[in-house]
Ligand binder design. Sequence first.
Ligand SMILES: C=C1C=NC(C(F)(F)F)=NC1=N
Ligand SMILES: [Mg+2]
Length: 205
Amino acid sequence: MKRSDLAVYFIMGTENCKDEPLVVLEDALKSGITFFQLREKGANALTGESLEKFALACQTLCKEYNVPFIINDNVQLALKINADGVHVGQDDAPIAQIREQFNGKIVGVSVHNDEEMKVAVEGGADYVGIGPIYETQSKADAKPAAGVSFLSKARRDYQDFPIVGIGGITTENASEVLAAGADGVAVISAICQSADRRETINLLK
Ligand SMILES: C=C1C=NC(C(F)(F)F)=NC1=N
Ligand SMILES: [Mg+2]
């Protein structure tokens, strides 16, 4: 993957959309998202067969638009349906183990400090997600908003490593995240709730 692939990283699960999720995803793909992550969480999250079917439908749409299809956390599902990669947090399996299971695929890691960043980079992650930059509505157990300070430091320490910012990012504050050194922005609500996704996506770049 290229750093520029991270420009507009849409993340979605069935809980994030009022409208039909697959309709939202196709509209987002048509409108120019560059990366997609299926993040199925919450009380009414799909599981088992219905989750697999939904994931396959998302994967088919992403293939049609030549956009990488990443699954959050669910390593087994990502392997089973041959997703383009997986995104894991600090509470998931160690990067070395994930890296081995996803040979030749994309492995993304959430990091919040220098040590986590070092372990992810040295462990072979393809990109890191840094956040929450701003207060987020989309993650119940999010850490407090950290602003761009750590993102800026990570960029100073790793000048060429793929970094995406996440957490409360909108068309209003995306430019600050990019100015701090992110290769792109990861968003849930800004795209799910948009009335004009093409315009929204253009304003996130
Ligand atoms: C908790 C997360 C942090 N970062 C990212 C990404 F933007 F993909 F890097 N995804 C997540 N699910
Ligand atoms: Mg996680």
